[in-house]
Design a protein around this ligand. Structure first.
Ligand SMILES: Cc1cc2nc3c(=O)[nH]c(=O)nc-3n(C[C@H](O)[C@H](O)[C@H](O)COP(=O)(O)OP(=O)(O)OC[C@H]3O[C@@H](n4cnc5c(N)ncnc54)[C@H](O)[C@@H]3O)c2cc1C
Length: 433
């Protein structure tokens, strides 16, 4: 038995093979961002990932100023800016091509005076798998970081307050690890959350399934801006760049629940026919497509003892408006700061981690959940109240000269971080390996 930390003993008589201060389950963008923050602060961190590489499925594409500010703090901003595409235009709301392709309203970043906000653009567009690859490259430069690919978390045992947490994985055979803290960043179907019997409260949308497709098509030749929302009862969609140059565009749309699972992806040609501008027959290159269930769900708590949840493991919302990963990365920033304060500044762990759970859960409940529901309904609902509020929103975009500034200020709202680190936290951190 190899047990690397002589100060701790395994919670049970199991063949523990390694110890890390923090073990994170999941090498998605949230898990890797947290790992990078910790490793940079000289906290030994190990990531356990079920797959053998970063997941490539088409999901998040947009990072808003609030997130860019956090990426900047750990030295990631330049790489993300280089790899991604800056949305300097804003958001365009249109009708579907089948209904004329008319512009209904625009949120225009160009109306914002230079220097008025820290980031004078709406966000950076980049596939989340590319963000995760950038994060991984940065993590691998840190001597306190390690990752185990092909290790599927299956169980955890917490002992008393002084005992380490024992983690059980399936790799080639069964493996056990110990840690001080276990973080579940293993996505919406989180096994870590389930291992603690934490309820995932809320609902799953029953009107539409979501389909996210990546496709090469020259939308810009037909006047499409970096981010476009197609407003339609049936053919609603989000059409947005996923990066610079010839990176594919993201076309995300809904398919009614009456369509059987096996036929969801066969709807793509007909959908594209109704959505895409340009001459017929349409010529495009479909790169990838995936159907998703969309939820509005939050874990009853983000913490049970030394097991903590972060990102989609703690909350999941429909993707319209791009708030899911935004919230997850902000969780990782907050949890990273809490753990750094515990290890580096000797702060009391229980109170801080309870506050993390409460504050980040509330952030999702009070902002992400209602915001993402509003974004979704705004592009397809025919409910009279939604129609009235959509009209009011579009009217103000079209007539209020200050609206872009107001929205940009909100998006740039680099809020006072209640878990912020003391100024000197990253001082005297040993050079990276
Ligand atoms: C179509 C679509 C578009 C979206 N667009 C946006 C957007 O523009 N902006 C935005 O902010 N959000 C968006 N989202 C939401 C975003 O994709 C999620 O919020 C994000 O993936 C959450 O990241 P995560 O790291 O928490 O989880 P994930 O990305 O799901 O990563 C979890 C990781 O854990 C691993 N894992 C799972 N189980 C285990 C286990 N038992 N053991 C070990 N490893 C395990 C998985 O393999 C995976 O690598 C979108 C979502 C969808 C579906």
């Amino acid at each position: 038995m190899v047990h690397l930390n002589p100060n701790t003993t395994p919670a049970a008589d199991v063949p523990v093979i390694e110890h890390a201060k923090v073990i994170i389950v999941g090498a998605g963008p949230v898990g890797l961002f947290l790992a990078l923050k910790l490793a940079k602060a000289s906290i030994q961190v190990m990531v356990l990932e079920a797959e053998n590489a970063v997941l490539q499925s088409p999901r998040a594409t947009t990072y808003m100023p609030i997130v860019l500010n956090e990426l900047e703090k750990v030295g990631l901003y330049e790489d993300v800016e280089r790899a991604g595409f800056k949305n300097k235009e804003g958001v365009t709301y249109r009708t579907s091509n089948a209904k004329g392709g008319n512009v209904l309203a625009r949120l225009e970043m160009s109306q914002i005076p230079k220097g008025a906000v820290k980031y004078d653009f709406a966000g950076i567009h980049l596939g989340q798998h590319s963000l995760a690859e950038i994060l991984l490259t940065h993590c691998q430069r840190e001597k306190n970081f390690s990752i185990k690919w092909g290790h599927r978390f299956v169980g955890v045992k917490q002992g008393g307050p002084q005992d380490p947490v024992t983690v059980n994985c399936l790799a080639i055979g069964e493996k056990f690890f110990t840690c001080d803290y276990l973080v579940g960043a293993d996505g919406a179907g989180s096994s870590v959350r389930r291992s603690q019997c934490i309820a995932f409260e809320g609902f799953t949308w029953q009107d539409f399934r979501f389909v996210a497709s990546n496709v090469k098509y020259p939308f810009e030749e037909y006047g499409f801006t970096t981010a476009n929302m197609i407003v339609d009862e049936e053919d609603w969609a989000v059409i947005a760049r996923t990066g610079p140059g010839d990176a594919p565009w993201r076309v995300a749309f809904g398919v009614r629940m009456t369509v059987p699972e096996s036929e969801i992806l066969t709807q793509i040609p007909e959908k594209y026919e109704r959505l895409f501008p340009g001459p017929r027959p349409l010529k495009y290159e479909l790169v990838s497509a995936n159907p998703y269930w969309a939820h509005q769900r939050v874990a009853a708590t983000l913490r049970v003892g030394k097991v903590i949840l972060c990102g989609d493991a703690g909350h999941s919302n429909n993707p319209i408006g791009g708030l899911g990963l935004t919230t997850g990365l902000m969780d990782a920033a907050a949890l990273g700061n809490c753990l750094i304060r515990i290890y580096t500044h000797g702060e009391e762990a229980d109170g801080l981690l309870d506050r993390y759970s409460r504050v980040r859960r509330n952030a999702w409940m009070e902002f992400t959940n209602p915001g993402s529901i509003d974004f979704k309904l705004r592009i397809h609902s025919t409910h009279p109240e939604v129609e009235a509020s959509r009209k009011e929103f579009f009217d103000s975009l079209n007539s209020d000269p200050d609206i872009s500034m107001k929205v940009a200020t909100m998006m740039n709202n680099v809020v006072e971080d209640e878990f912020a680190l003391p100024e000197d936290s990253f001082k005297d951190i040993p050079a990276t390996a």
